[in-house]
Design a protein around this ligand. Sequence first.
Ligand SMILES: Cc1ncc(COP(=O)(O)O)c(C=O)c1O
Length: 367
Amino acid sequence: MSKEGIVKLIRPDLVNISGYAASESLEEVAAAAKLPVSEVIKLDANENLYGCSPKVLEALGKYGSFSIYPDTGQREMRELLQGYTGVGSEHIVAAGGSDQMIGLIMQLFVGPGDEVINLPPTFDIFRFATVLCNGRAVNVPRDENYNADIAAIKKAITKKTKLIILANPNNPTGTPTPQKDILELLDTGVPLLADEAYVEFSGETVTPLVNKYDNLMVLRTFSKWAGLASFRIGYGIFPPEIADYIMNIKMPYSVSAASTIAVRESLNDIGFLMGRVKKIVAERERLYEELKKIEWLKPFPSEANFIFCHVLNGTARQIHEGLMGRGILIRYAGNHLLKDAIRIGVGKPEHTDILIKAIREIEAERA
Ligand SMILES: Cc1ncc(COP(=O)(O)O)c(C=O)c1O
């Protein structure tokens, strides 16, 4: 069969799909800035610049069974997560990153023509995963301070609504949603997916409510607080019957033995890792104050490990490029909802110092 013949067989709804715009790799940025990889400061994907616990690396080196498939029932992983979240393991399923879990949840609930209420500007995987299932993302834009518009969300619910997805705090804006608003959404009876990827930085979770509401699902990750983004470890907390369905539809062995070791050792070193989370939260507040001093930036308060800023003089793209040329990577957004904006990850204090100096240099070059 010719290549064109094969393409004709692709699902019509996916023929023109554009991929998800993920962050650039360290190697790409280093090459663009003509710098060694070790000198690149990557503040574009909300990663943890302190890295993972050294206990993880030590334990991986000692593991002797990488040639054997991992436990597809995730027994140890689910028990570890029970200990961490305080919710019974029957509620919990792990996946290769919370991205993969979003895909599984969509596969379980969303078919052709089904609607998913999405609250842009937000994490674009929600739209992407909806479209992959041939569902329709119904956008209910956030207000000018990026708060979720609860009345408008309730109005957007139809018979076809399968899910409401709320990132709390929101990415890219860092905005939290108060628990009373979440309760109001839960009272609609529509399944609500609360994505708490940054909960360790915000301290606000609705996890205990999964025992009370059979329409609440919570998503968490080890990518951010535990510095394990490259391991791909996310998990969902569900009503037990939904957890059973997710276990049934997931691919076997989808969580590696290495991931289970990484989770076990991170939890063994939780005091150390939470100390770093505290440092990141303190640095977030310092970065916010520093960004506020730059007249043409409007930073928004954040409960996550990044800060979102409007660039008031319309130069977001130039700032992004100027920083990239100096080996500092931030996220740039120029779509209609975000106006002209950047999102900056919170690193160590020295990263803040280098970043602010670089922004001032770029400003001076423009003057
Ligand atoms: C809101 C939100 N959910 C999920 C993810 C994905 O996390 P993971 O690395 O677990 O796939 C991110 C990553 O940036 C995120 O911002």
